[in-house]
Ligand binder design. Sequence first.
Ligand code: ARG
Length: 600
Amino acid sequence: MEIWFNPARELDALLRKAAAQTPLFGDAPFAPEIRPADPRFGDFQANGVLAHAKALKANPRALATALVETLKNSGALDSALDDTLVTTGIAGPGFINFALTPKFLDAWLERYADADAFRAGASALYAGKRVVIDYPSANTAKQMHVGHLRPIVIGEAIARLLQFCGADLVRDNHIGDWGTNFGTLIYAIKRAGADATNLGLEDLEGLYKEGSALTKADPAALDAARAELVKLQAGDPENTRLWETIVAVSNAAFQEMYDLLGVKPDVTLGESFYRDKVGRVYQELTDAGLAEESDGALVVWHDEHPRFARSAEPSQPFIIRKKDGASNYGSTDLATILYRSEHFHADECIYVTDGRQQDHFQQLFLTAEKWFAAMRAKGEGRKLPVLRHVWFGAILGDDGRAIKTKSGNPVRLKALLDEATARAAAIIAEKNPSLPEDERACIAQTVGIGAIRYADLSQNRTLDYTFSWQKLLTFEGNTAPYLLYAVARIHSIFRKAGVTPEVSGLLPPAPLETETEIALARKLLTFPAALEQACAELRPHFLCTCLFELAGAYSTFNNADKVLVDDLAVRSRRLRLCARTATALTIGLRLLGIEPLLRM
Ligand code: ARG
């Protein structure tokens, strides 16, 4: 019997094959739409017959019946079905239910025992693929505030997910370290007569605010700031030194946040890295007839697109070189795609930014597609990576607006994380006063920062979410504290039993028996599908939902079935379920950037 890692994925493949062999299904490809089933009927339900029948104007029940018949008759499929799955028949207008046998559940629990087995099972998705993931990619010369949380937290979770699923990953921190604002900042530093080597990030931020107010109010100041920028872009030594100092101060401050949040970029190739690589972009796009001058700027139109066409109102060309001849976000991003393709041989590039940049990335991707196609047409072997924009919504305060401090300033990231740790410390001190002080501090940091991360990741990322200390720190509900506590509770059972989860039992486990054991095993088997769905759609909340449900099934099991019973075969099988639950929760939490605790 073949022990499928992700039965949902295998079933999908089986059904596609069976449909191709079933004349009633016609020639159009069949999408099985495998979903978790109502537990009373089985583990999975194939819903796709309905849509297929509708398209064919056929009777869905007849189609479903014919498909099940093919599955049963085909030799190869038969053995899989006999050993591993039972079709429990056709429900309603044409849903097909599948139930895994207890024998399969047992074999699965035996086979997928640790993180390595899970990794091997999941590696089908991204194995052999070179992926460049672009995050957190903050802009320099500004302190990190609450708005920087999502690219860090979501980017890191997606990076870990992809790596776990076999991707050969490059984490590229594409910092915003070039552009107009440096003219303003240098102008302000010089005007204040400040010594740049002694400035902190806060000072820089203040100076930038001053400079930007001045340039708005006074055309002469604006000209002066522009002149500083032109000098910087021309390689003027003094301005280059100032710029380097600004970038170094920013990077040191960012590093503190990365350390706290476990982010380790492989490379930091900011916008400035591409400043000498944009010439080729202008040249190739102009030669290919894709870019043209407009009001002195170099722009690309996409006439097939409703909003990016020449004729659109308001018109929104993709600007790749500004009037003053300077490169911009568009040109550096185009050069970046070329570099990632040529230097990193990327198969896929993933960009993690907020939703307000959707237009930029749509225009960027459209332009890159046409550009690479034009170069290929000229006989240049150029391969465009798959380009994906992973965008996210805003973090809202209780008033439903973007979260701010009482004085209306953005909440500093460091202050937010410190507050999370302090609040968690107070809760832990109350729950477990006997813990030694230093261990408590450590636990508080994991729980506090973990809670912030999890609150962000458990929401579908494209939605805005409302920040609430109370909600994210509660031990009841879909939160990090709840999941961390579930893992710690399992470890305490093993401590009591005097064995480690790796050993898990003393005897070969007896087959699963009680309803709650079977329910927990079935929940465990939904983990691979959740993992793969999170990875395929680059949406970590699928994983969170699964972990939450798994912890719930575990808690039901734990309340109904005593684990440390005298009958050693029963004790073994229950300990094995505990161990597998701990493994799945641990893998899941780590992928989300949260390190599980042995006790709390
Ligand atoms: N620096 C940009 C920002 O803070 C994000 C950069 C994203 N990456 C990119 N290649 N455009 O909004």
